[in-house]
Design a protein around this ligand. Structure first.
Ligand code: SUG
Length: 435
């Protein structure tokens, strides 16, 4: 059976802004209050999707969610007509309003964790939406994310959907951003790496070990093919709020920073025991510091297997601009390992909130039959990308500052865009504001 890896990128929503909401995410904190450009953000994201398709990769997307999320504001005691809700929240709880306006569903590496069918005991693809309990603006994504995943992967025969984990922070789960899969081919039995954290001296860990274990159980993974690894506190405190800021796995390769794990020696042993075929490509601190890694996001690249079998890294432009990182990357490509191509993409609007190319995508490995069973409106080709670009150009602003969130007409614009999108994609009355 042939299996293909699809990257489901988050289509960046019309309210993308810089509100500094994520403690421990240095880019988010640094750019708090800056002007954002939602139109450029969404077009940069679509250009990255187009580039992946041009490399011959399977590409899909997850739609943005409805923001401002009035349902949350209502649940928190703001009442009246939609416009009044915005006005009252802007006056008495502007920070809460900003949380309900975040376009953070763009980072679909945090949408959930996925186990492809070759790895699960029942031979189905399993999905668990992330509860994202660590940050309020992200925790409100989970319900709609569950709805989105069910809408796109809507076949009991092929797909199993689990609810987000209960228990909030006790089972804090940030999805695929702390998960990687190693396999000798997309359709071969894979080994699942789950990376969890313990609070650092500066920043809290978002992913709990018990959460990763629960996801592995729900997904019916073979315990011999799962490895649970603790992230290093040094990485967390340097700004690696998700493990995908310091490492990425694909196929036979684990590409990471030497300070990623709390106990690298034990971690590599455990990984080799489960995946004897693994090739570990490590960046030493002497060549790339954690600070370089966090600033340039070189490990937040998409490590992908091209149709010919070679591997490429789809990297953020920022890693081309740092000479030490650039030198290490050139070295990596020159060495004897499967990585032999570098593709740099500009996703600066997302980067400024701490989201690189890998944050913007959720990997879903599907057999041919499973790909046919998925909702085709969310699998991209050239024509569909062009339609989404036209939709962005018709509905998005090119400048948003924090004060804009106070203006109810910004809400109207955002909902008009979302209405047009649901019409375009045949989704019906899908979002809370339409129900
Ligand atoms: O959860 N930023 C996101 C970035 C997520 C990146 N994803 C991965 N590493 N996979 C976060 O911290 C910032 C929003 C703001 O400040 O306006 C934000 O949510």
């Amino acid at each position: 059976m042939t299996h293909t890896e699809f990257n489901f990128d988050g289509l960046i929503g019309p309210t993308h802004n810089y509100a500094g909401l994520s403690f421990g995410n240095l880019a988010s904190a640094t750019n708090k209050g800056a002007a954002s450009n939602p139109r450029a953000a969404a077009l940069q994201g679509l250009a990255k999707m187009r580039a992946a398709m041009e490399l011959g990769l399977g590409q899909g997307f997850l739609p943005p969610q409805d923001r401002p999320h009035l349902k949350t504001l209502r649940a928190l005691g703001f009442s009246g007509a939609d416009k009044q809700i915005i006005e009252k929240a802007a006056k008495t709880a502007p920070q809460l309003l900003a949380n309900c306006y975040a376009a953070s569903t763009m980072w679909t590496a945090n949408a959930g964790t996925v186990a492809p069918s070759p790895d699960t005991a029942d031979g189905k693809v399993h999905f668990t939406p992330a509860n994202l309990a660590a940050n309020f603006h992200r925790s409100i994504e989970a319900d709609t994310t569950a709805r989105v995943l069910k809408h796109i992967f809507d076949s009991d025969q092929h797909f199993t959907h689990h609810p987000p984990l209960p228990g909030a922070m006790h089972f804090g789960d940030e999805g695929a951003a702390n998960h990687g899969r190693l396999a000798e081919g997309h359709g071969k039995l894979g080994v699942h790496l789950f990376v969890y954290g313990e609070d650092g001296d500066k920043f809290p860990a978002r992913q709990k070990k018990c959460a990763s274990q629960a996801v592995a159980r729900n997904h019916l993974l073979n315990p011999d093919k799962t490895v649970f690894i603790q992230q290093s506190k040094a990485a967390l405190d340097a700004g690696a709020f998700h493990n995908d800021v310091v490492g990425v796995a694909n196929g036979t390769v684990l590409f990471l920073h030497e300070q990623s794990f709390a106990d690298p020696k034990a971690a590599y042993e455990a990984i080799r025991a489960a995946a004897s075929f693994v090739e570990i490509v490590e960046a030493p601190t002497s060549k790339v510091t954690l600070e370089d890694a966090v600033k340039s996001y070189l490990f937040n690249s998409q490590l992908v297997t091209l149709p010919g079998g070679e591997m490429a890294l789809i990297l953020p432009k920022e890693s081309e601009d740092n000479p030490r990182v650039q030198a290490f990357l050139e070295d990596t490509v020159a060495q004897n390992n499967p990585i032999n191509r570098l593709v740099f993409k500009n996703v600066r609007e997302s980067m400024r909130n701490g989201g690189g190319p890998a944050c913007l995508r959720l990997r879903v490995v599907l057999s041919n039959e499973e790909a046919i069973a998925a909702n085709q409106n969310f699998l991209l080709n050239d024509e569909k990308i062009s339609k989404l670009e036209s939709w962005v150009n018709a509905h998005y602003r090119d400048r948003v500052i924090p004060d804009d969130l106070r203006d109810p007409s910004f809400m109207d614009e955002s909902f008009a865009a979302m209405q047009a999108l649901t019409d375009l994609l045949g989704m019906g009355a899908f979002y809370d504001f339409q129900r």
